[in-house]
Design a protein around this ligand. Structure first.
Ligand code: ZN
Length: 167
């Protein structure tokens, strides 16, 4: 498991250092900004949507390594996909990062997005990892405003570790 964790960390650090699609598109028809006040992460997404498909995507912003890597990996994974496919990915990603922290199974069908599985052990980082996705959702729904991640209702699934339970 630790080898897998190291590999995941390497991918995150790489995307933080060399973010993919880190640019403002010259032609875009959807855009949204996202802000995570807990950590100070900011993202500005630009999309070129054609019909039902995301033809091109770019982002700019600043923030912690997790938020930046998450934005970078998200843009790489969703380019060329339909809105429905992206919706399903978001759902699975959300379930993964808010899942049971003691669950060590390797997430399937998530491609590079699986590198964020470890985030579920650190509840304060979940918002860093999902900011890009909430911003993407706002852009696709063309809500012309900045989304603050505080507006999102989070699933309260943080459990007490067993050794802290009263005996
Ligand atoms: Zn952050």
């Amino acid at each position: 498991m630790s080898e897998l964790t190291d590999l995941y960390q390497e991918v995150i650090l790489d995307h933080n250092k060399r973010p993919r699609n880190f640019r403002k598109l010259e032609a875009f028809n959807r855009t949204a900004e996202g802000y995570n006040p807990l950590c100070g992460d900011r993202i500005h997404l630009f999309l070129e949507v054609e019909g039902d498909r995301i033809k091109e995507i770019g982002f700019q912003g600043s923030g912690c390594a997790i938020s930046k890597a998450s934005s970078s990996i998200m843009t790489a994974e969703i380019k060329g996909k339909t809105k429905n496919e992206v919706g399903l990915l978001f759902q699975r990603f959300q379930e993964m990062v808010t899942g049971d922290p003691t669950d060590r199974t390797r997430p399937e069908n998530l491609g590079n997005l699986a590198v964020f599985a470890g985030v579920r052990e650190f509840p304060s980082r979940i918002k860093c990892a999902t900011l890009a996705w909430h911003t993407l959702k706002a852009a696709l729904e063309s809500r012309d405003k900045t989304v603050s991640i505080e507006e999102v209702r989070w699933k309260k699934r943080i459990r007490q570790p067993t050794d802290l339970r009263r005996r």
